[in-house]
Write a protein that binds this ligand. Structure first.
Ligand SMILES: Cc1cc2nc3c(=O)[nH]c(=O)nc-3n(C[C@H](O)[C@H](O)[C@H](O)COP(=O)(O)O)c2cc1C
Ligand SMILES: [Mn+2]
Length: 496
């Protein structure tokens, strides 16, 4: 594995393969940066590195779309793959298998160092000024300037045994104050409750511009409750991350981060937050509500810091690969623990991760020896044991001749293999994320819905040897004919 240890090294690696391009002309933080990043997301363009941002001190830069997908051939998931130490042309399935393997490696405790690049500049107390950072007003209609879209929020349990890393949106309130989403079902919400129960405020830090694997793990359900995301990453690589103590509290932060904010997350003060254009592809006006306040006590940063920005919105943005791949690693691992021989679990990014596709080998029944009904029930139990299932109330189960990372194949299979009347199973009282726009107001309030499983396996009354034969390049021609055809196409320059 080829571990990339800093945000700057990550940017250099992306530049080398055309996945980062610099913008030297001055850009406006007010909507213009948002529009540029959104275009890049929607068109698979490179991640834009803004070198000159209106109103920002010289040297302060910003990188948009840090984990977006690419339009370049074979580099679709290059940003994700490089971030976890894999070659840029790694496939979705290979990425998920590598993350699952990470579960079986021994967790390694991070190393604590006494200093680090993130301390090159230190602003304390009255000198803190959040407006120093090139924070965008990202979408027309947002409730404010969203300072946290790609920073890792670090909080720990009062006994310090559990240090949780996660991503959640946070807006600037004033020069030294922020307000953000702290959902009760997320680990940050659970830790905040532990502090509230002993009558104390929550020490926090946020790390921006870190080793690139950090936000991928923080922004997904890959790591279970009470487990430290830092230990998983150190275990995955078999070598520790370097952490350094924050200036004003006991939180440990990645030493080479570009920017650190630290302070107190209140357990009783709130302010109006939202709305924000979200990963579902919509700005939902009702998501404006009172949310907890963060008081910032110190701000530290590297010289010439690079600040990362995600502009959430219509697929495909950075949230989809990050939340979707992490959740699918968690879910596939759970399926296998439940002795279901699934080939892959995948949330098509194009569905904003509201669909979860699970593929089964053609001979699953020889392995499991149960009916389709029993299989579907087992799959439901294994999936709904996972935190990440809250993204996808629609599950599609299909044979693994379909590659779910190709949306065309998913649509085709859904159209031709699911019986709309006989083969849909319902799972009431399933946990769901409140940001899915079609949920009714009660479902949004209690975070519960009736999920469904679309069975796209071939009917039970059809023998395996009678399964329909796929009429495609791969399905309808013998291997040697395919090879001969490819040879001729290559020679005649069809493949360029
Ligand atoms: C870019 C990005 C933005 C996110 N924003 C939020 C958010 O505003 N609120 C939220 O609850 N989860 C958000 N998430 C999802 C959480 O980070 C994810 O559910 C993660 O599992 C939370 O960490 P935890 O499992 O330690 O609780 C976001 C994820 C990404 C990648
Ligand atoms: Mn966690």
């Amino acid at each position: 594995m080829n571990r990339i240890k800093s945000f700057r090294e990550y940017i250099e690696k992306l530049k080398a393969i055309g996945e980062v391009k610099e913008i030297e002309e001055e850009v406006d933080w007010n909507l213009e940066m948002g529009a540029i990043i959104r275009w890049c997301n929607e068109n698979g363009g490179p991640a834009p590195l803004f070198n000159n941002i209106k109103g920002s001190e010289k040297g302060f830069r910003a990188l948009g779309a840090p984990a977006g997908v690419s339009r370049q051939k074979d580099l679709y998931l290059a940003r994700y793959a490089l971030s976890i130490g894999m070659p840029p042309n790694t496939t979705g399935k290979e990425i998920i298998e590598a993350l699952i393997e990470g579960y079986s490696r021994k967790p390694v405790e991070p190393t604590i160092v006494i200093n680090g690049p993130c301390k090159e500049n230190i602003l304390m107390g009255e000198n803190v000024d959040l407006y120093k950072l090139p924070v965008p007003f990202a979408h027309d209609g947002d409730g404010g300037r969203y300072i946290n879209t790609w920073g890792t929020i670090i909080v720990q349990s009062p006994d310090k045994k559990w240090a949780n890393w996660s991503i959640a949106r946070i807006m600037i309130y004033d020069k030294k104050t922020m307000v953000g989403m702290v959902a009760g079902g997320q680990h940050i919400g659970k830790i905040r409750k532990m502090w509230a129960d002993i009558g104390k405020e929550v020490p926090f830090a946020i790390a921006f511009g870190t080793e690139p694997m950090i936000p991928l793990v923080a922004g997904s359900t890959l790591v279970a409750e009470k487990m430290n995301e830092a230990d998983y990453i150190s275990g995955y690589y078999g070598e520790p991350i370097e952490l350094v103590k924050a200036e004003t509290n006991d939180i440990l932060v990645p030493a080479n981060s570009e920017i650190i904010l630290e302070g107190i997350l209140s357990t009783n003060e709130t302010a109006m937050e939202g709305p924000m254009g979200e990963y579902s592809g919509y700005l939902i006006k009702q998501s404006k509500s009172d949310k907890p306040i963060y008081h910032v006590k110190a701000m530290t940063y590297r010289n010439n810091p690079i600040y990362p920005i995600v502009v959430a919105g219509a697929p495909i943005d950075d949230d989809h690969p990050v939340m979707g791949i992490g959740a699918c690693a968690e879910i596939l691992n759970s399926l296998r623990k439940h002795e279901i021989p699934a080939t892959i679990a995948w949330m098509p990014f194009e569905s904003a991760c509201t669909w979860l596709v699970i593929t089964m080998p053609k001979n699953w029944n020889d392995i499991m020896n149960c009916s389709i009904n029993e299989l579907i029930k087992k799959i439901g139990d294994a999936v709904y044991a996972c935190k990440g299932s809250f993204l996808s109330p629609k599950i599609i189960v299909v044979n693994d001749d379909i590659d779910p990372t190709d949306i065309n194949q998913v649509v085709w299979a859904f159209g031709t293999r699911n019986h709309q009347f006989k083969e849909v199973y319902y799972k009431p009282e399933s946990r769901v994320i409140g940001l899915i726009p079609y949920l009714d107001s009660e479902e949004k309030k209690v975070f519960k819905t009736t999920a469904c499983i679309y069975n796209c396996l071939w009917p039970e009354d059809l023998a395996q040897e009678d399964y329909p034969v796929t009429s495609s390049f791969k399905g309808a021609f013998p291997k040697q004919v395919q090879e001969a055809a490819m040879n001729k196409l290559a020679k005649a320059s069809f493949l360029k």
